[in-house]
Design a protein around this ligand. Structure first.
Ligand SMILES: [Zn+2]
Length: 320
């Protein structure tokens, strides 16, 4: 890893996800298929991760630093649309349940719609009043989400309603999921994915953003970029991609790489053209992305962008 990224304070926090399920099995198979000579035979290697992190950090304002937990959030915090909102919508919030619900709301929709959906629930049922949502009818929750243009409102309403009732009846009558903070990674992940409607992507977002664990969520954007980089075994599904990358990417790079790849995938016009199919990507020589002051050597609490665009060359062009 380059000195720049290391000195930026991307320190490992010591969490280690020992994938008890198929993740480790898949990677071991890939390793064996590659000759069985060791971890270095399959991508991404540590050096690949470090290089991409460094390139994206240089282009997008430095290495994102994970906040342990957000405290004292106000309604105003939800109105912003900077990439701190990305973390918030994906679970970097005070309560685990709040993070999980926000992450469900973020599925298959834009960040703005996701934030608007949460605000709509707060207005209708009271801020963070999940007891009221649990006692409400699914159609009422769905209507509330529909008006907020949540996307898949009926499905999300049913998922959230069933989730709250399940937690109330079988886990904690006060709807608390705070006990997850004290569980080992594998147990916390298993608990989250045991909830109906909560898959590896949603669960891994909660693990990364809310519980502060070293996980690597794979959403649509991360999938297509990592696939174009040749980091995924073929054929790859979102789930197999998560299992593979969660094992392959060093713990201390999971948060910054996820944030940087997500950000770059959305802002780089060239990379936005990459489909989720095997890449035939031809990056443009010059692209326009929002101007973000290069700041690789300094910590920052979260990514910020300004509206002024700047023309740069895609930093990943030679790798795709
Ligand atoms: Zn790009």
């Amino acid at each position: 890893m380059s000195g720049k990224v290391s000195s930026a304070g991307v320190a490992s926090e010591g969490h280690r996800y020992e994938a008890a399920e198929s993740g480790s099995t898949r990677s071991k198979k890939a390793d064996t298929k590659a000759g069985g000579s060791g971890r270095e035979d399959w991508k991404p290697r540590n050096s690949d991760c470090e290089a991409v992190c460094r390139l994206l950090a240089e282009a997008h304002g430095g290495v994102p630093e994970r906040r342990e937990r957000l405290r004292g959030m106000t309604d105003d915090d939800d109105k912003g649309d900077d990439s701190g909102g990305l973390a918030r919508e994906c679970g970097e919030v005070e309560l685990v349940l709040d993070g999980l619900v926000r992450t469900i709301l973020s599925q298959h929709t834009s960040r703005a719609n996701s934030i608007r959906s949460k605000l709509a629930l707060d207005r209708r049922f009271g801020k963070g009043n999940y007891h009221a949502i649990r006692l409400a009818s699914v159609p009422l929750i769905s209507d509330t989400l529909q008006l907020a243009r949540a996307g898949l409102a009926p499905s999300k309403a049913a998922t959230i309603h069933a989730l709250l009732n399940h937690i109330h009846q079988h886990i904690h009558p006060d709807l608390s999921l705070e006990f997850l903070r004290s569980l080992p990674d594998a147990d916390a992940m298993q608990t989250l994915t045991s909830f109906k409607g909560v898959g590896p992507k949603t669960a891994s977002c909660v693990m990364l953003f809310c519980l502060g664990r070293n996980f690597f969520p794979v959403d649509t954007h991360v999938f297509r970029i990592t696939q174009a980089l040749g980091w995924l075994p073929r054929p790859a599904t979102r789930e197999s991609a998560f299992r593979h990358l969660n094992q392959a990417i060093p713990d201390h790079l999971k948060y910054p790489l996820h944030m940087l790849i997500f950000q770059h995938a959305q802002r780089c016009p060239s990379c936005k053209r990459i489909s989720s199919k095997p890449p035939d990507h031809q990056p443009l020589p010059n692209i326009v992305v929002p101007r973000i002051k290069a700041n690789v050597g300094r910590k920052r609490s979260h990514i910020k962008s300004s509206p002024k665009p700047i023309s740069i060359t895609c930093p990943l062009a030679h790798l795709l």
